[in-house]
Design a protein around this ligand. Structure first.
Ligand SMILES: [Zn+2]
Ligand SMILES: [Zn+2]
Ligand SMILES: [Zn+2]
Length: 104
């Protein structure tokens, strides 16, 4: 199976894992609609239980575990632009203490 090499550009990855509503990579739990559209928790609480992509019922309970794992293992620059590069797994802890947070 290891010869099934995964080759994906950073740009492609970003387009796949970002939240389609706020266009930000979610570093927390990702909720998904019946058709698999993954949204960040914040957007999930604002869409009135209707998926903005396909208009289907969005209960906000099911999690998109695959998407969460891709983010957890990929590396991203800090969204607050402090220049630090971390995996999605480490990012939530960093965001609480990020030096750029104070400036905004
Ligand atoms: Zn969002
Ligand atoms: Zn959907
Ligand atoms: Zn930062």
């Amino acid at each position: 199976m290891t010869d099934q090499v995964v080759d994906i550009s950073a740009e492609q990855l970003y387009c796949i894992v970002r939240c389609p509503v706020c266009l930000v990579v979610p570093f927390g739990p990702i909720r998904t609609c019946q058709n698999g559209h993954g949204l960040c928790e914040e957007c999930t609480s604002q869409i009135n239980k209707k998926c903005p992509m396909c208009r289907c019922w969005f209960g906000g309970v099911a999690r998109n575990v695959v998407q969460e794992q891709i983010i957890a293992n990929a590396k991203f620059f800090c969204p607050l632009e402090c220049g630090v590069k971390l995996s999605g797994r480490e990012m939530p802890a960093h965001l609480k203490t990020c030096p750029s947070k104070e400036d905004k």
